[in-house]
Design a protein around this ligand. Structure first.
Ligand code: NAD
Length: 486
């Protein structure tokens, strides 16, 4: 870390080399990184400005010819090496994440496994054939489709999954043969910089991966305007996604947008209630509720409504809240805007007739960014929480009477990322799966993500998919080749 500036992190990790120096594109500015659990200064990071953002693209552009024409098995070897180094540094990376993001250490370790899995997946995917034959429709002609890397890709990531959102994009882009410029969230630059250190050790040539910290609008604005940046992959809020979509129009970039979510969690009367309650707790409170896959609306069938509310509230009251290194169920929220939003959503729902069953306020004994796990019942459809992403530990429960009603209410949103359904009736499950306008439908379980599946949303939850073979599409172009042998 910068010599003249404080770092409270170096004594918590075994490899101080993961705390980077000035970086290649840093100017004189400083970004303070604070522990959300305590407000303590963790470190200060040197930041870049517009010339730094352009220099990063210069470097990526210069590195592209050699990287994109390197034999795929050599690119795969470097990705495998990066994967091995991430796995070996798991504990350090998890501790860095706890220090700047606040999440419980168990969740942080899980995220490192998840992050590493994308690197391994795309190391293997890099070796799959990238040429496809086409049955000719012209006499004496031979046709092929070549899949080629687009060039420099800009990757913009949020703070809630500071490592996995980087590797989910970067491993696909790098495996495809692109070079990348990365802008992580200002809340979590240390995780991004640590991944960059490991990438350098893994043997990525200079200029292939360029991590730039700084004012988001300035840095990303440079990249959206730059014709050399051929693809932009963004994960974050729908609001910023719309802005970057507009900004990318003038240079006609290829886009991946992984945006907000507002997941419905539907429990039918025939569901396994114990399981539905346990899965609802995970779907609502994982990542302290700060998860795009978080269950924002719980729709419960009338015959089991009271029993579900009782059991869900009891389970919520058993959840622990604390500092990340104590490995509680929930940690602090990332900043005070998140706290303000929880309060506003609770007050608004209660004013419209909802009942507050537990929680509803800050846990002052823990600190100003700790919001108690909260349950609201009888929440009406006009409450803000039923249409706006809460991104925190507030569960909103509402009753329903029949299938058509609940499917219509579940779909009445601009979002379409993930929907959860609990039922043991196969025909009902089929009808629900057909009816729900969501990019992912999870039946009788919560955890559905992983490197081999195409993650992404419908409607304003995004464009394109990440993970799986589909995750390569935004980073590659199809070149159609037609050869005449007559
Ligand atoms: P955000 O939109 O505020 O920020 C995301 C990224 O965009 C950050 O790197 C930020 O620095 C940058 N950014 C912010 N303003 C910008 C601007 N004016 N110009 C250019 N870049 C800008 O989102 P966040 O608060 O970091 O993350 C939470 C959001 O991310 C939630 O809406 C959540 O649903 C979403 N999310 C989606 C997924 C998914 O896969 N669909 C995953 C995680 C988070």
């Amino acid at each position: 870390m910068l010599d003249d500036l404080s770092s409270r992190l170096s004594d918590r990790i075994t490899d101080p080399g993961l705390l980077p120096g000035r970086g290649d594109f840093a100017g004189d500015g400083r970004l303070a990184v604070r522990d959300p659990a305590t407000g303590d200064l963790v470190a200060q990071v040197a930041i870049s400005d517009a010339p730094g953002a352009r220099a990063a693209v210069d470097a990526a552009q210069a590195a592209f010819p050699a990287w994109s024409t390197m034999l795929p098995q050599h690119r795969a070897q470097i990705l495998h090496h990066w994967h091995a180094l991430i796995v070996a540094a798991k504990e350090d990376l998890a501790r860095i994440m706890v220090a700047e993001q606040g999440k419980p250490i168990g969740e942080a370790r899980g995220e490192i496994d998840y992050a590493a899995s994308f690197v391994q997946f795309y190391a293997e995917e890099a070796l799959r054939p990238n040429i496809e034959g086409v049955t000719s429709h012209l006499p004496d002609a031979e046709m092929e489709l070549w899949r080629e890397p687009v060039g420099v890709a800009a990757l913009i990531t949020p703070w809630n999954f500071p490592c996995a959102m980087i590797t989910r994009k970067a491993a696909a882009a790098l495996g495809a043969g692109c070079t990348v410029v990365i802008h992580p969230s200002a809340e979590t630059p240390l995780s991004a910089l640590a991944l960059a250190v490991l990438a350098r050790r893994a043997g990525f040539p200079d200029g292939v991966i360029n991590t730039v910290i700084g004012d988001a609008a300035t840095i990303v604005g440079e990249w959206t305007a730059d014709t050399r940046v051929r693809a932009l992959s963004f994960t974050g809020s729908t609001e910023v996604g719309r802005l970057l979509y507009r900004q990318s129009a003038d240079t006609v970039k290829r886009l991946v947008m992984e945006l907000g979510g507002h997941a419905p969690f539907i429990v039918f009367e025939d569901a396994d209630l114990d399981r539905a309650v346990a899965e609802a707790i995970k779907a609502k409170f994982a990542t302290s509720g700060q998860d795009c896959l978080g269950a924002n609306r719980l729709y419960i069938h009338r015959p089991i409504y009271d029993e579900f509310c009782r059991r869900f509230t009891e389970a919520t009251e058993r959840l622990t809240l604390g500092r990340g290194m104590e490995d509680p169920d929930l940690g602090p929220l990332i900043h005070d805007r998140q706290i303000d939003k929880q309060k506003a959503h609770v007050e608004d729902a209660v004013a419209r007739g909802a009942r507050l069953l537990t929680g509803g306020s800050v846990d002052e004994a823990q600190g100003p960014l700790f919001f108690k796990p909260t349950v609201l019942a009888d929440v009406t459809d006009d409450a803000a929480i039923m249409s706006q992403e809460t991104f925190g530990p507030v569960a909103a429960i509402s009753v329903f009477d029949d299938e058509d009603e609940v499917f219509a209410r579940a779909n009445a949103t601009e979002y379409g990322l993930v929907a959860y359904v609990h039922s043991l009736d196969p025909r009902r499950i089929y009808r629900a799966t057909r009816a729900l306008q969501y990019g992912m439908v999870a039946v009788n379980r919560t955890k559905v993500t992983g490197a081999p599946i195409p993650f992404g949303g419908m409607k304003q939850s995004g464009i394109g998919r990440e993970g799986a073979r589909q995750g390569l599409e935004a980073f590659t172009e199809i070149k159609y080749v037609c050869r005449d042998w007559a």
